[in-house]
Ligand binder design. Structure first.
Ligand SMILES: C[S@@+](CC[C@H](N)C(=O)[O-])C[C@H]1O[C@@H](n2cnc3c(N)ncnc32)[C@H](O)[C@@H]1O
Length: 228
């Protein structure tokens, strides 16, 4: 009798290549400051809040050095984390080995996810919509790979309410900020981008980071959940 051949894995969606991401200096800077901000600046607790209650298969975009991984609840069966920057991706691979849930780290940009349509229960974007080149395209990709009713968890910084800080943010975004911080922008509007992409907002809260002290251009933050 001829043995049955193993099942062929489902094809991945052939996607156009996303933008090339190479920020070696910023990657090394971020790898240092993000670890300290997690431990001493309250970011660790925010990451735990962001991921609390997630279940099933999760896709994470722009995973950086993988600081979210330690906070995934064990109800998550698998995380597929995309990170386009080579240095940060190597650090994310190390973090994945220490994670409480299975995490696979892959190269890839949010604008062109090499993943099947409808294949994830939830998606995570933390501190990344400020940096992707094309926010609508990135969110449209997240919608595509989420199953119907799948959740988007987001933790992002964005435009300030105060006119003076908002003006400063726009000026910085046109000049030095993206050059200094790996393509980051401070004046984007993540909530309206998420709803414009067709997600339904379920809950969110806005706050400043750090909560005390001077407001930085990247201080105004929003953390929440939206549904596909
Ligand atoms: C400020 S870091 C945040 C990293 C991580 N999400 C976190 O919460 O610490 C921004 C990340 O976005 C990544 N990135 C830049 N362009 C991207 C793109 N087009 N698609 C996905 N990720 C991108 C960067 O390499 C970097 O890891």
């Amino acid at each position: 009798m001829t043995p049955t051949p193993p099942p062929t894995p489902p094809p991945r969606r052939p996607s156009a290549p996303g933008p090339h991401v190479h920020h070696p200096l910023f990657a090394r800077f971020y790898a240092r400051v993000s670890v300290s901000a997690d431990a001493h600046g309250g970011l660790g607790a925010l990451r735990a809040e962001l991921l609390s209650g997630l279940t099933g298969r999760v896709v994470e975009i722009g995973a950086g050095n993988g600081l979210n991984f330690a906070h995934y609840p064990t109800t998550v069966t698998e995380v597929v984390a995309f990170e386009p920057e080579p240095h940060l991706r190597r650090l994310a691979e190390e973090a994945a080995r220490r994670a409480p849930v299975p995490v696979t780290v892959l190269p890839g940009t949010a604008e062109a996810l090499p993943a099947e349509t409808g294949s994830f229960d939830a998606a995570v974007a933390s501190l990344v919509l400020c940096t992707v080149r094309n926010v609508p395209q990135a969110l449209s990709e997240l919608r595509r790979v989420l199953r119907p009713e799948g959740e988007l968890r987001f933790f992002e910084h964005g435009a300030a309410d105060s006119p003076a800080l908002a003006r400063l943010q726009r000026a910085l975004d046109r000049t030095v900020w993206p050059l200094l911080f790996g393509g980051c922008h401070t004046s984007r509007t993540p909530l309206s981008a998420i709803t414009s992409a067709g997600f339904t907002l379920l809950s969110h809260r806005s706050f400043n980071l750090p909560e005390q002290g001077p407001r930085l251009p990247s201080s105004p933050c929003v953390l929440g959940t939206a549904r596909r």
